[in-house]
Design a protein around this ligand. Structure first.
Ligand code: ADP
Ligand code: 5GP
Length: 203
């Protein structure tokens, strides 16, 4: 049991690591941002990536955009708690940022793919894994098309890959949330986070 609570100061010590993952277009980025603005003591981790910024994305806010060479150096130096190649680009979660935030007693939310989630389970045994499910393949494809960030061929590739992924990975997850109506999915996620914070074993 971890000492995270005292009656005078409330929560202190070790924060909880929440991992949000889904197939591409499942809605995890949208939901993570919604939670970040509506919940206290929840920090959204900013990943490193070799992908080029999309219109409107800012370095240091959406991602730390780095070169492949820099990313490889970070791998070699053990600076990632997890990293993965997703759709041809490298993505990774910085170790220092996560450790520092959790140590302060702030919970951390990771928006990462299923390969990354699998690595996190091995390292952070007490992490909570939440899978976001799109309501149907048709709606999922429509949302991805609406986002307008991938070609039609790329969309088909993502959807096929994600179906395999979903079947293989489900046993690793603690919760599954259907992202049909956005506000309902955000409410479900908030409930999970609040319930996990109340667990006797964490206090
Ligand atoms: P991910 O981060 O999992 O790849 P996004 O958060 O980018 O997915 O969502 C994909 C697209 O679907 C975005 O255009 C987003 O605005 C839209 N979207 C997400 N959730 C919903 C929802 N519940 N209803 C309608 N559109 C949604
Ligand atoms: P996008 O390029 O659309 O922002 O993200 C593509 C995929 O990479 C998404 O599934 C997203 O969750 C995942 N991703 C983003 N950051 C990380 C990370 O740090 N690690 C891993 N493993 N996946 C990530």
């Amino acid at each position: 049991m971890v000492d995270i609570f005292d009656s005078e100061n409330g929560r202190k010590g070790k924060g909880i690591l929440f991992v949000l993952s889904s197939p591409s277009g499942g809605g995890k980025t949208t939901l993570a941002h919604k939670l970040q603005v509506s919940m206290e003591d929840l920090a959204l981790s900013v990943s490193h990536t070799t992908r080029k910024p999309r219109a409107g994305e800012a370095d240091g806010a959406d991602y730390h955009f780095v070169s492949r060479k820099r990313f490889q150096e970070m791998i070699d130096n053990g600076e990632f708690v997890e990293w993965a190649e997703v759709h041809g680009n490298l993505y990774g979660t910085g170790r220092k940022e996560i450790d520092d935030t959790l140590r302060k007693g702030t919970d951390v939310l990771l928006d990462i793919d299923v390969q990354g989630a699998r690595q996190i389970v091995g390292t952070f045994k007490e992490s909570i894994l939440i899978f976001i499910l799109p309501p149907s393949d048709e709606e999922w494809l429509e949302r991805l098309r609406g986002r307008g960030t991938e070609s039609e061929a790329e969309l088909k590739r993502r959807i096929e890959g994600a179906k395999q992924e979903r079947l293989a990975m489900m046993p690793y997850y603690d919760y599954a949330v259907l992202n049909d109506v956005l506000d309902d999915a955000a409410d479900a996620l908030r409930s999970i986070i609040i319930a996990e914070r109340c667990r006797v074993s964490r206090r």
